[in-house]
Design a binder for this molecule. Structure first.
Ligand code: AMP
Ligand code: ZN
Length: 147
Protein backbone atom coordinates (compact mmCIF):
# COMPACT_ATOMS: atom_id res chain seq x y z
CA UNK A 1 0.00 0.00 0.00
CA UNK A 2 1.51 3.28 -1.13
CA UNK A 3 2.04 6.15 1.29
CA UNK A 4 2.57 8.68 -1.43
CA UNK A 5 0.34 11.58 -2.23
CA UNK A 6 -0.77 12.19 -5.79
CA UNK A 7 0.05 15.60 -7.28
CA UNK A 8 -3.08 15.49 -9.44
CA UNK A 9 -5.46 14.63 -6.60
CA UNK A 10 -7.60 17.40 -5.09
CA UNK A 11 -7.77 15.66 -1.71
CA UNK A 12 -3.99 15.16 -1.59
CA UNK A 13 -3.71 18.89 -2.25
CA UNK A 14 -6.07 19.53 0.67
CA UNK A 15 -3.92 17.28 2.89
CA UNK A 16 -0.83 19.24 1.88
CA UNK A 17 -2.58 22.58 2.49
CA UNK A 18 -2.22 23.57 -1.18
CA UNK A 19 -6.01 23.79 -1.45
CA UNK A 20 -7.94 25.31 1.48
CA UNK A 21 -10.54 23.38 3.43
CA UNK A 22 -12.87 23.91 6.37
CA UNK A 23 -11.11 21.36 8.53
CA UNK A 24 -12.94 20.16 11.62
CA UNK A 25 -10.42 17.53 12.71
CA UNK A 26 -7.09 16.08 11.69
CA UNK A 27 -4.38 13.86 13.06
CA UNK A 28 -1.63 11.78 11.51
CA UNK A 29 -4.11 9.33 9.94
CA UNK A 30 -7.17 11.28 8.76
CA UNK A 31 -8.41 14.71 7.85
CA UNK A 32 -12.09 15.66 8.20
CA UNK A 33 -13.41 18.75 6.47
CA UNK A 34 -16.64 20.21 5.17
CA UNK A 35 -17.76 18.93 1.78
CA UNK A 36 -17.89 21.92 -0.54
CA UNK A 37 -21.35 20.88 -1.77
CA UNK A 38 -22.95 20.85 1.72
CA UNK A 39 -25.66 18.44 0.56
CA UNK A 40 -27.11 19.07 3.99
CA UNK A 41 -25.63 21.52 6.53
CA UNK A 42 -22.62 19.93 8.20
CA UNK A 43 -21.89 17.48 5.34
CA UNK A 44 -18.38 16.33 6.19
CA UNK A 45 -15.76 14.21 4.45
CA UNK A 46 -13.31 11.98 6.29
CA UNK A 47 -10.26 11.07 4.21
CA UNK A 48 -7.14 9.02 4.87
CA UNK A 49 -3.89 10.99 4.73
CA UNK A 50 -2.51 8.47 2.25
CA UNK A 51 -3.65 8.49 -1.37
CA UNK A 52 -5.87 5.40 -1.22
CA UNK A 53 -8.05 5.41 -4.37
CA UNK A 54 -10.95 3.29 -3.10
CA UNK A 55 -12.12 0.78 -0.49
CA UNK A 56 -10.42 -2.15 -2.23
CA UNK A 57 -6.98 -0.61 -1.73
CA UNK A 58 -6.92 -0.58 2.08
CA UNK A 59 -5.09 -3.16 4.12
CA UNK A 60 -6.83 -4.23 7.30
CA UNK A 61 -4.54 -2.32 9.66
CA UNK A 62 -4.86 1.01 7.89
CA UNK A 63 -8.59 0.54 7.42
CA UNK A 64 -8.88 0.03 11.17
CA UNK A 65 -6.92 3.19 11.87
CA UNK A 66 -9.04 5.25 9.47
CA UNK A 67 -12.42 3.79 10.44
CA UNK A 68 -11.68 4.12 14.15
CA UNK A 69 -11.83 7.92 13.79
CA UNK A 70 -15.28 7.99 12.20
CA UNK A 71 -17.51 7.53 15.30
CA UNK A 72 -15.78 10.40 17.10
CA UNK A 73 -16.16 12.69 14.08
CA UNK A 74 -19.79 11.56 13.66
CA UNK A 75 -20.49 12.47 17.29
CA UNK A 76 -19.03 15.95 16.76
CA UNK A 77 -21.17 16.52 13.66
CA UNK A 78 -24.27 15.29 15.49
CA UNK A 79 -23.56 17.49 18.51
CA UNK A 80 -23.10 20.58 16.33
CA UNK A 81 -26.81 21.12 15.68
CA UNK A 82 -29.82 19.98 17.72
CA UNK A 83 -31.86 19.82 14.50
CA UNK A 84 -29.81 16.84 13.28
CA UNK A 85 -32.07 13.80 13.60
CA UNK A 86 -29.97 11.22 11.74
CA UNK A 87 -26.69 10.67 9.90
CA UNK A 88 -25.95 8.78 6.71
CA UNK A 89 -22.39 7.56 6.20
CA UNK A 90 -21.60 6.89 2.59
CA UNK A 91 -18.52 5.64 0.73
CA UNK A 92 -18.74 5.63 -3.07
CA UNK A 93 -16.46 3.31 -5.06
CA UNK A 94 -16.24 3.62 -8.83
CA UNK A 95 -17.71 6.15 -11.23
CA UNK A 96 -20.92 4.16 -11.60
CA UNK A 97 -21.37 4.35 -7.83
CA UNK A 98 -21.04 8.16 -7.93
CA UNK A 99 -17.36 8.35 -6.98
CA UNK A 100 -16.01 11.57 -8.48
CA UNK A 101 -12.84 12.02 -6.42
CA UNK A 102 -10.59 8.98 -6.58
CA UNK A 103 -9.09 9.40 -3.15
CA UNK A 104 -11.09 7.31 -0.69
CA UNK A 105 -13.48 9.29 1.47
CA UNK A 106 -16.42 8.82 3.75
CA UNK A 107 -19.36 11.18 3.55
CA UNK A 108 -21.02 12.06 6.86
CA UNK A 109 -24.37 13.53 5.88
CA UNK A 110 -26.48 14.93 8.70
CA UNK A 111 -30.21 14.38 8.24
CA UNK A 112 -32.81 16.92 9.25
CA UNK A 113 -36.01 15.95 7.42
CA UNK A 114 -37.05 13.52 4.68
CA UNK A 115 -36.64 16.33 2.15
CA UNK A 116 -33.40 17.89 3.35
CA UNK A 117 -31.39 17.45 0.14
CA UNK A 118 -30.24 13.87 0.47
CA UNK A 119 -32.10 10.68 -0.39
CA UNK A 120 -31.44 7.02 -1.02
CA UNK A 121 -33.57 4.36 -2.61
CA UNK A 122 -33.26 0.66 -1.79
CA UNK A 123 -35.32 -1.38 -4.26
CA UNK A 124 -36.66 -4.60 -2.75
CA UNK A 125 -36.08 -7.51 -5.17
CA UNK A 126 -36.73 -10.20 -2.57
CA UNK A 127 -39.65 -11.68 -4.53
CA UNK A 128 -37.25 -12.51 -7.41
CA UNK A 129 -35.03 -14.68 -5.18
CA UNK A 130 -35.49 -18.31 -4.21
CA UNK A 131 -33.16 -20.42 -2.08
CA UNK A 132 -31.08 -21.49 -5.09
CA UNK A 133 -30.50 -17.93 -6.23
CA UNK A 134 -29.58 -16.70 -2.75
CA UNK A 135 -27.19 -19.67 -2.39
CA UNK A 136 -25.51 -18.99 -5.74
CA UNK A 137 -24.98 -15.31 -4.96
CA UNK A 138 -23.69 -16.20 -1.48
CA UNK A 139 -21.18 -18.70 -2.87
CA UNK A 140 -20.03 -16.43 -5.69
CA UNK A 141 -18.97 -13.90 -3.07
CA UNK A 142 -17.85 -16.35 -0.39
CA UNK A 143 -15.21 -18.00 -2.57
CA UNK A 144 -13.40 -14.67 -2.87
CA UNK A 145 -13.31 -13.87 0.85
CA UNK A 146 -9.64 -13.51 1.83
CA UNK A 147 -8.58 -15.74 4.72
P1 AMP B 1 -17.77 11.45 -4.39
O1 AMP B 1 -18.73 11.88 -5.45
O2 AMP B 1 -18.30 10.39 -3.46
O3 AMP B 1 -16.43 11.08 -5.00
O4 AMP B 1 -17.56 12.70 -3.46
C1 AMP B 1 -16.62 13.70 -3.71
C2 AMP B 1 -17.03 14.89 -2.90
O5 AMP B 1 -15.94 15.77 -2.81
C3 AMP B 1 -18.21 15.67 -3.50
O6 AMP B 1 -19.31 15.63 -2.58
C4 AMP B 1 -17.64 17.08 -3.67
O7 AMP B 1 -18.56 18.09 -3.33
C5 AMP B 1 -16.47 17.07 -2.72
N1 AMP B 1 -15.39 17.98 -3.05
C6 AMP B 1 -14.75 18.11 -4.24
N2 AMP B 1 -13.81 19.05 -4.17
C7 AMP B 1 -13.83 19.53 -2.90
C8 AMP B 1 -13.09 20.52 -2.20
N3 AMP B 1 -12.11 21.23 -2.79
N4 AMP B 1 -13.38 20.76 -0.91
C9 AMP B 1 -14.36 20.08 -0.32
N5 AMP B 1 -15.10 19.10 -0.90
C10 AMP B 1 -14.84 18.84 -2.18
ZN1 ZN C 1 -5.18 11.75 -3.10
Amino acid sequence: MSNELDDNCIFCKIIEGKVPSYTIYEDDVVKAFLDISQTTPGHTLVIPKRHIPNIYAYDAKYAGEVFSRIPMIARAVKASNPKIKGLNILNNNGKLASQSVFHSHFHLIPRYTENDGFSMHFTNHNSEYDNAKFTKVMNDIKKHVEK
